[in-house]
Write a protein that binds this ligand. Structure first.
Ligand code: AMP
Length: 587
């Protein structure tokens, strides 16, 4: 086993024992973590200005340092990016900038990255690996990984700016750090860092098939990328077989010279493998179980399947056949939050256990409007944050982090629910990105509210038509009076019965249960919900659009609400609309 073989360097049981020890008195570990962060950074400009004067206790910290959003810290981070080497936010140097995904807030945020962040991220990865490998031991072999490095650029001040994952990959210690906890990727680095996403994806599939017998795990950072990979396989499997048969990558699919060279070096004419892959693909029904069919020694599929990725779980389960889907850890460009230490849990019940030594955490209590699981969106500015060990099971909170990389009382914006405790540290269920998604007047709906409405309407479609909602987004259309919600759906087949779609549209309208929405609908202050069915391939075009603007593939999250100002995406959606229905749910 991977963990066992490298015992001298990595012992899963020791990592687990250390985790158990750390979580026994999480409050004490948090106090010490805060002390270390503040002691190390006592002289930085940000804390000096706020008058902390070298104090390192939680009371002084909370009294002097206000909660901050990215907007509040942006001028400081901007100075660091522009080359200010004085201790602005951290005493130790910021070694590079991480670019957070910009698809939810319209622009990409700059965030500081340093060696501490690297080490703490690896600690979370090692912890979850120790538990994962105990539950699903993997032999030596390879990982079929759909990973994509982003091309870095240099800031005005000479710092490298790229995605947080690329910052990890680029760290000199990364290869040594992951050797014990990650199987080698089937694809060469040229593929991971290739210039074209579609080309890299094709090559990942090709290399994965070449090493099929050795593949033990299948991975992508976000579930969306994994679903896309196997949807692509459905389209290109014959070309892949052709390439394997001839021992040459298709010139139309693999054009970049470096990528071609690297992939060609792995290929040799192999008609037997090509026949085998073709036979297995042809033997599948609707691609159910394609992963175990083509990669028979794979033990599990590992990816983010929580939050906005939950939509892809059904599809991934379909591709995975009986293989377990293991939820990937919870973190952000700002820093890691929690590890999945219960890998056997299905994605719907996955939780993330906070490691109390990776940052200092606070939680802003949020009121739920209906007491249920719906994402709470009531105003929570005045609620007093509580400490890591002071949270209550069943309650919702916004995560606030103080990190070793210069973020102090930083509002991450994510909403989590406390599912329980592991020793004295909380296990968090990821609920949603905190910000409001759909709103016209007094109505407030989060990303998760949209997802719940879509899930419930999609069930009608699945039952009546055996069709799936492949992807979706929403828009608050205020161009006419009254404004109304528009839901965009791409379905697994172009044709669907009009009556069934009308039922879905009504169910979507009823699915928004927020009191502000329901009352506005009843008084027609919000008009009937509009369901737009899109041409196949529309969301691929939306993704291509974001990628063309520089959005990183690895971090890409389909926006669940498109703002009115985002005219290019609205144009793609409108020009691809094949059917329009209006709800009759409110008479
Ligand atoms: P980025 O800003 O690109 O680093 O993305 C970080 C964000 O992705 C987090 O703040 C979450 O909203 C989301 N995210 C990260 N990990 C998970 C997870 N395991 N489940 C759900 N959402 C996640």
């Amino acid at each position: 086993m991977l963990g066992r073989k490298k015992k001298s360097e990595f012992s899963g049981e020791e990592v687990i024992a250390e985790f158990e020890r750390l979580t026994l008195d999480a409050a004490a570990v948090q106090r010490e973590t805060l002390r270390r962060i503040l002691d190390e950074n006592a002289a930085v400009e940000y804390l000096q200005r706020l008058g902390l004067a070298g104090r390192t206790d939680a009371d002084a910290f909370r009294a002097c340092v206000p909660l901050a959003t990215h907007g509040d810290l942006e001028p400081y981070i901007g100075r660091v990016a522009d080359g200010d080497t004085s201790p602005v936010l951290t005493a130790k140097p910021i070694t590079s900038i991480s670019l957070s995904s910009g698809t939810t807030q319209g622009k990409r945020k700059y965030l500081p990255f340093n060696d501490d962040l690297f080490k703490l991220t690896m600690l979370v990865y090692r912890t979850s690996f120790a538990f994962r490998n105990r539950a699903f031991p993997v032999d030596d072999g390879k990982a079929l990984q759909f990973v994509y490095g982003s091309r870095p650029f240099t800031t005005k001040g000479g710092l490298t700016a790229t995605t947080a994952t690329t910052n990890l990959y680029r760290n000199e210690e990364y290869k040594a750090a992951v050797r014990d906890i990650q199987l080698p990727c089937c694809s060469p680095e040229e593929v991971i860092f290739g210039p074209d996403f579609a080309e890299s994806l094709y090559c990942h599939l090709l290399c994965g098939l070449l090493f099929a017998a050795e593949v033990r795990t299948v991975f992508a950072m976000f579930g969306h990328n994994l679903a896309l990979a196997f949807e692509t396989l459905e389209q290109v499997w014959q070309e892949l077989c052709h390439d394997i048969r001839r021992g040459v990558p298709s010139p139309a699919r693999v054009a970049d010279p470096a990528v071609r060279r690297a992939v060609s070096a792995l290929l040799a004419p192999n008609p037997a493998l090509a026949d085998e892959v073709a036979r297995r693909c042809a033997g599948l029904t609707n691609w159910y179980g394609v992963i175990p069919a083509l990669w028979p020694n794979a033990k599990y599929v590992h990816t983010i399947v929580t939050g906005s990725m939950e939509h892809y779980v059904r599809k991934l389960r379909h591709y995975a056949g009986g293989l377990p889907l293991v939820a990937m850890d919870y973190g952000a460009s700002e820093g890691m939050v929690g590890a999945n230490v219960e890998p056997e849990m299905p994605p719907e019940s996955a939780t993330f256990t906070v490691l109390p030594n990776i940052a200092y955490f606070e939680f802003i209590p949020l009121k739920t409007s209906d007491g249920g699981d719906a994402c709470p969106v009531t105003s929570y500015a005045e609620a007093e944050p509580v400490g890591l060990t002071e949270v209550t099971v069943g309650e919702h909170y916004e995560v606030v982090m103080t990190t070793f990389a210069g973020l102090y009382r930083y509002r991450l914006g994510d909403v989590v629910k406390v599912a329980g405790f592991h020793n004295s540290t909380p296990k968090l269920k990821f609920v949603c990105r905190g910000m409001l998604t759909l709103s016209i007047n007094v109505d407030k709906n989060s990303e998760q509210d949209v997802q719940l409405a879509v899930d419930s309407a999609a069930k009608i479609l699945a039952t009546a038509e055996r069709l799936e909602v492949l992807d979706y987004t929403s828009h608050a259309d205020v161009s006419s009076d009254p404004g109304h919600y528009v839901i965009f759906w791409e379905l697994s087949a172009a044709e669907a019965d009009d009556d069934v779609l009308q039922n879905c549209c009504d169910e979507l309208d009823r699915g928004f249960v927020d009191a502000g929405y329901v009352s506005s609908r009843k008084t027609n202050a919000i008009g009937p919900l509009e369901l737009r069915v899109l041409q196949p391939g529309t969301f691929q075009k939306v993704m291509d659009h974001y990628l063309s603007l520089g959005a990183p593939v690895n971090q890409f999250k389909m926006p669940r609400c498109v703002a009115g100002s985002n005219s290019s995406v609205l144009r793609i959606l409108s020009s691809s609309t094949v059917k329009v229905l209006f709800s009759t749910a409110y008479g």
